[in-house]
Design a protein around this ligand. Structure first.
Ligand code: ADP
Ligand code: ADP
Length: 227
């Protein structure tokens, strides 16, 4: 089943001359783990932001579960996004950070507590719920960012270089955790990275972008094992 479809999607930022995404066609299958790679400025983040509704599409259509989503507000999309810089609130505890989006949406305290506890359990954060971000390691902060996405209960996860701030050892550990999380949640993932190792080990399919276009698309071995 097709989960996400981009139909001739183009994007021009208002203050710029050129299109940064041009006539992009891409289908993402339900539960697929799709990795986007390509040089800096090739449009990977913009593609995620268009899918999340954090930027508007200039032309073309975005379909999620066969419905056109072009004008659906970000908060109403079935999507959770994880950013490179974690975007945690420094004055809030781990618990408050994870539950922030739920609170904003007006969810009851009891139901919030339950969802936060479940996410913390999955991510091994239960002992740290009352800490502030400054008292966490990089890996723990990244887990909080993941927790915040998990409680959204979305079927689509968009991850923009989520591990790039971590050291090599932690990166490979978190890589495994994200793979397991994906299997456990049965979600559809689009994952942007510069790290070939991540692309190789995580992806069902890899999309290579350059200058706002798709240059290549295939399995990790099709992309990286040149004959
Ligand atoms: P990548 O994620 O592959 O590095 P981006 O999607 O961030 O690429 O950027 C693609 C192009 O769009 C770049 O030329 C970048 O400068 C431009 N761009 C990104 N965000 C904005 C913005 N908010 N306003 C104007 N131009 C932007
Ligand atoms: P609102 O957007 O009305 O503030 P949300 O619960 O959607 O309510 O957002 C709560 C937090 O999640 C905010 O920090 C917001 O920036 C962020 N957010 C909004 N949309 C998304 C999204 N699609 N993916 C991830 N985070 C989002």
């Amino acid at each position: 089943m097709e989960k996400i479809k981009l139909n001739l999607v183009s994007k021009k930022y208002p203050n710029q001359e050129d299109y940064v995404i041009e006539n992009l066609n891409l289908s993402i299958q339900d539960k697929e783990f799709l990795v986007l790679v390509g040089p800096s400025g090739s449009g990977k983040s913009t593609t995620l932001r268009l899918i999340a509704g954090l930027e508007s599409i200039t032309s073309g259509d975005l379909l999620i579960d066969d419905q056109i989503n072009n004008d659906v507000p970000s908060k109403d999309r079935d999507i959770a996004m994880v950013f490179q810089n974690y975007a945690l609130f420094p004055h809030m505890t781990v618990e408050e950070n994870i539950g922030y989006g739920l609170k904003v949406r007006g969810e009851e305290k009891e139901s919030r507590k339950e969802k936060i506890a479940d996410a913390a359990d999955v991510l091994g954060l239960t002992p740290y719920l009352s800490r502030k971000p400054k008292d966490l390691s990089g890996g723990q902060m990244q887990r909080v960012a993941l927790g915040r996405a998990i409680v959204r209960d979305a079927s689509i996860f968009l991850m923009d270089e989520p591990l790039s701030n971590l050291d090599a050892k932690l990166r490979s550990q978190m890589r495994e955790e994200i793979i397991q999380l994906h299997q456990k949640l049965g979600s559809t993932v689009i994952y942007v990275t510069h790290d070939q190792e991540e692309a190789m080990t995580m992806a069902d399919r890899i999309v290579v972008m350059d200058q706002g276009r798709i240059m290549q698309i295939g399995s990790p071995s099709e992309i990286y094992n040149h004959p």
